[in-house]
Design a protein around this ligand. Structure first.
Ligand code: FES
Ligand SMILES: [Fe+2]
Length: 324
C-alpha cells in the first residue's frame, strides 16, 4: 500500500449517525463514527488506556466512550474524561487515540493514510463525473490484496476468455499494443483488440498512434479506476485495501443517456446484475492467483499485452519509495 494518499474506506451510507463502526482497512483495525455535525471520524480501534476495542463502545454526546472504564475521547482523539478521576480533573495528555483525517465526498468516506500534512491534496476523483450522471453502487469482497484486483481491471486481453458470454463476445483475442501512458498520477489506456487474422501483434503495435478519443480505461493512483464505455456511460471502482489478503470493490455505474430522471434511475439499477455477473467472472479467476499480492519480482512471465500492468507496478513502486 502506498502511504501518504487518500483512500476511500467506506460508502457514506455505511456510516450511520449515532453508530460506531469497527472495520479493518489498510491492514489496521479502525473505528468510524460521526461527530455532532455529521462529519466522519476515523480513529485507531484501540483505547490507549488498556487496549480495548473502542468499536464496542458507544457515543456519548460528541465523544466516543470506551466500554471498559468509560474514558471518553473527542474526534481529534484527545481524552476528555477519565471517570475514575472525576469530572473536575484534567485527563493525562498521553491518553490519545490515533486519529486519521477523514472527509466525505461523492458518497464515499476518504481517509488520509500517512503523515500529517500542512495542506492535504484534493480527494481523488475524475472531474468529468459530475451531477449529470445517475449512479448505482455495488460492493464486493475479494480475498486477494487490492493490487491483484486493480491489475485485473488494467488487463484487457483476458476479456475474450473470462467474459466470453458477456463483454468478451466476438473472439477478439489478439491485443495490439495496448497503449498505456502515465500522466501525473493517472494511467491512461487505449485498447485495440481484434480477431486473429494472422498478422503479428508486433507489426500492428508499431503503427499504433494515440487516438483522438479519450482513453478506454483510466486509473488514478492509489486506487480509483474508470472504464469509459461511452460519453454517457462509465463504470468506476475504488479498490479498498482491507489487509494484504482482502480488499473491497466499491463499484459504481454512471449513466446519463436517458433524459427522464425516474427512467434513468430504473435503468441505473438494472446495471447492477450485469456488473455483478461480469465481476463474478473476474473474481473466479483472480482469487486463484498466487501470490495474493503483486510486485515487480514475483516470478511471473509477462508478455507485451501486460504493458499496462508493468507500468502500474513500476509507478506503484516509485510512489512507495518516494520520500513524502
Ligand atoms: S481500556 Fe479503555 S477505558 Fe480502560
Ligand atoms: Fe474482467
Amino acid at each position: 500500500m502506498i502511504r501518504n494518499q487518500w483512500y476511500v474506506v467506506l460508502q457514506s451510507g455505511e456510516l450511520k449517525k449515532g453508530k460506531v463502526l469497527g472495520m479493518t482497512r489498510m491492514g489496521e483495525k479502525m473505528v468510524f463514527w460521526r461527530d455532532a455535525s455529521g462529519q466522519p471520524v476515523c480513529q485507531a480501534d484501540f483505547c490507549p488506556h488498556r487496549g480495548v476495542a473502542l468499536s464496542i463502545g458507544c457515543l456519548v454526546e460528541d465523544h466516543i466512550q470506551c466500554p471498559f472504564h468509560g474514558f471518553e475521547y473527542d474526534a481529534s482523539g484527545k481524552c476528555v474524561l477519565v471517570p475514575a478521576n472525576g469530572r473536575s480533573s484534567e485527563p493525562p495528555k498521553a491518553l490519545k487515540v490515533v486519529a486519521y483525517q477523514a472527509r466525505e465526498l461523492h458518497g464515499y468516506i476518504y481517509i488520509w493514510w500517512g503523515d500529517e500534512q500542512q495542506v492535504y491534496p484534493e480527494l481523488p476523483w475524475f472531474d468529468d463525473l459530475d451531477d449529470s450522471f445517475t449512479t448505482s453502487d455495488l460492493v464486493d469482497h475479494w480475498t486477494v490484496d487490492y493490487s491483484r484486483a486493480i491489475e485485473n481491471q488494467l488487463d484487457v486481453f483476458h476479456i475474450p476468455f473470462v467474459h466470453a458470454d458477456s463483454i468478451g463476445r466476438g473472439n477478439r483475442t489478439v491485443a495490439d499494443g495496448p497503449l498505456a501512458e502515465l500522466k501525473e498520477d493517472t494511467l491512461e489506456i487505449w485498447v485495440y483488440s481484434r480477431v486473429d487474422d494472422g498478422v503479428s501483434t508486433a507489426k500492428k503495435a508499431s503503427i499504433l498512434v494515440k487516438p483522438a478519443r479519450p482513453p478506454f480505461l483510466k486509473f488514478r493512483f492509489p486506487h480509483l479506476w474508470m472504464n469509459r464505455i461511452s460519453e454517457d456511460v462509465r463504470i468506476t471502482v475504488f479498490f479498498t485495501p482491507v489487509d494484504n489478503e482482502n480488499c473491497l470493490i466499491y463499484l459504481r455505474s454512471h449513466q446519463r443517456f436517458l433524459k427522464v430522471p425516474i427512467l434513468r434511475q430504473l435503468v441505473a439499477w438494472t446495471f447492477n446484475p450485469a456488473n455483478r455477473h461480469i465481476l463474478n467472472q473476474d473474481k473466479r479467476v483472480v482469487l486463484t492467483q498466487r501470490p495474493k499480492k503483486t510486485g515487480m519480482k514475483i516470478g511471473e512471465v509477462l508478455v507485451p499485452a501486460d504493458g499496462p500492468i508493468i507500468l502500474y507496478r513500476k509507478t506503484r513502486e516509485l510512489l512507495q519509495k518516494q520520500p513524502q
